[in-house]
Design a protein around this ligand. Structure first.
Ligand code: MN
Length: 274
């Protein structure tokens, strides 16, 4: 597994991103702590020099594994199921920019969660029809990812943060509508602890469609702080032959570097016994 640490130069202090600050300095810090790569939490493809950051990481033997896009919705309101077609096109343009940037940074994948947008019931939308609109919006972006050689990964997010695509089962069913390996399921132990009856079963269900995995304890603190059973989680990831990215997404508690270090030590310690 490739172990990657969340970094950002624009995330709110409350956001679950362990290392916040100027991106090059955070790449250095993640390397120093012992990570294989970084996951960048971004607001807009226009607010980062993908070539500069990708080359900087590569020259230091660090991978840019993935990008998280929540701020594009949370701050700027870009959502792929916007009731106006021009709103959907604007969100597609942002997602396309992230995909092109990911390709420029060595094939980094793009994770989507909030950018799927809410269910707009006032406009007559239902859970099912929202997924149909999302499918149509994502199709050209999946085709772009196919051309670029990277991928979109769709995160199963809990009900308090998103209106739909809560569980591994619901997210996998949606992802399987696309006849393409360039769209995958993204699971996160924080969300799974809320939504899944059986966290390990949810991982097994996704099998080779699992594209990204977020490590966060059940209270958004670093792995090992609370009660997620990471020994069982890692055994299950091994059982499905998951060799992808395990990314660290949690609060800066007691501070970012300490959290990142403790979380990494917990996961590496367990991996060493397997
Ligand atoms: Mn997550």
């Amino acid at each position: 597994m490739i172990l990657s640490c969340g970094i950002s130069d624009c995330a709110s202090p409350k956001a679950p991103v362990p290392l916040k600050g100027e991106l090059q300095a955070m790449i250095d810090k993640a390397k120093y702590i012992g990570f294989d790569g970084v996951e960048i939490h971004l607001r807009s493809p226009n607010m980062i020099d993908f070539g500069l950051i990708g080359d900087y990481a590569a020259q230091r033997g660090m991978r840019v594994t993935s990008m998280c896009t929540g701020m594009a919705m949370g701050i700027d309101g870009f959502n792929l199921t916007h009731v106006q077609p021009e709103g959907r096109r604007a969100a597609q343009a942002v997602l396309s920019g992230f995909l092109k940037g990911g390709a420029r940074m060595g094939g980094a994948m793009v994770s989507l969660a909030y950018m799927k947008g809410p269910i707009n019931e006032a406009a007559g939308r239902t859970r099912a029809s929202s997924k149909d609109v999302l499918y149509d919006s994502l199709m050209p972006c999946v085709e772009l990812a196919e051309k670029l050689g990277n991928s979109i990964t769709l995160e199963a997010v809990n009900r308090f943060e998103c209106d739909y695509l809560w569980t591994a089962e619901e997210t996998l069913e949606f992802v399987e509508r696309f006849d393409s390996p360039h769209i995958t399921v993204h699971l996160d132990t924080f969300h799974m602890n809320i939504e899944e009856r059986d966290m390990l079963g949810a991982i097994c269900l996704c099998k080779d469609r699992l594209g990204l995995f977020h490590f966060s304890d059940n209270d958004r603190r670093y792995p090992g702080y609370s009660h997620v059973n990471y020994a069982a989680v890692l055994e299950t990831l091994k059982a499905i032959n998951y060799s992808g990215v395990g990314s660290f997404e949690f609060w800066e508690y007691p501070d970012g570097e300490t959290a990142a270090r403790r979380g990494l030590n917990h996961i590496k310690g367990l991996l060493a016994t397997m």
